[in-house]
Design a protein around this ligand. Structure first.
Ligand code: AMP
Length: 187
């Protein structure tokens, strides 16, 4: 096993996708976004995609079993074995968090912290297809109910770094790299 093995948390609209792209380049570890994987599956019309569509349209989380199959397969690929991973959008529930920690080693989990009112305004302005106000609120509610407890699991395992997500993208990247390097220095 080599490379860094990171989980990146943050509410939708916290700049997580942008930061993951930069961190993936910086650490040379593949960026694994379960949302992107599911959108690709929907576009392909695969079996997972057909199941995912209605959940995604409603801003609801897919069942853990489905997500665990998707992630387990992805983590078995050579690029992950060689270079580690940067997980974005997974885990999203306590069940997914515990299953991930059973499945593999995680060096650190970082939480890009942006207040809920700020991300709500950002998402309303961004207007992705599934970003209606109802769906945005549904996704934010799911985050509070399901994902905040999952983040707490990483805190309980002593793996969590919370980083202030307000400021320019470069400022946030600098904070993230400092927090991650404090964990994986020499890795
Ligand atoms: P995202 O782009 O990460 O916001 O993901 C878009 C949608 O995909 C979410 O609203 C969920 O419906 C679904 N999804 C992505 N990742 C997960 C996950 N780890 N668990 C359950 N559903 C997920």
């Amino acid at each position: 096993m080599s490379g860094v093995r990171l989980v990146v948390f943050g509410r939708q609209g916290a700049g997580k996708g942008t930061q993951c792209a930069v961190l993936s380049e910086h650490y040379g570890a593949p960026h694994i976004s379960t949302g992107d994987m599911l959108r690709a599956a929907v576009a392909e019309g695969s079996e997972v995609g057909r199941r995912a569509q209605s959940y995604m349209d409603a801003g609801k989380l897919l069942p853990d079993e489905v997500m665990l199959d998707v992630v387990r397969d992805r983590l078995a690929h050579d690029d992950v074995v060689e270079h580690g991973f940067l997980l974005d959008g997974f885990p999203r529930t306590v069940g997914q968090a515990e299953a991930l920690l059973d499945m593999t080693t995680v060096d650190a989990a970082v939480d890009i912290d942006v207040p809920v009112e700020v991300v709500r305004e950002r998402m309303l302005g961004r207007g992705r297809d599934d970003d209606t106000p109802e769906v945005i609120d549904q996704r934010l509610a799911a985050y509070e109910a399901e994902t905040v407890p999952a983040i707490e699991r990483f805190a309980a395992h002593g793996l969590l770094e919370r980083v202030d997500g307000l400021g320019t993208p470069d400022e946030v990247t600098a904070r993230l790299v400092a927090a991650i390097d404090g964990r994986v220095a020499g890795a």
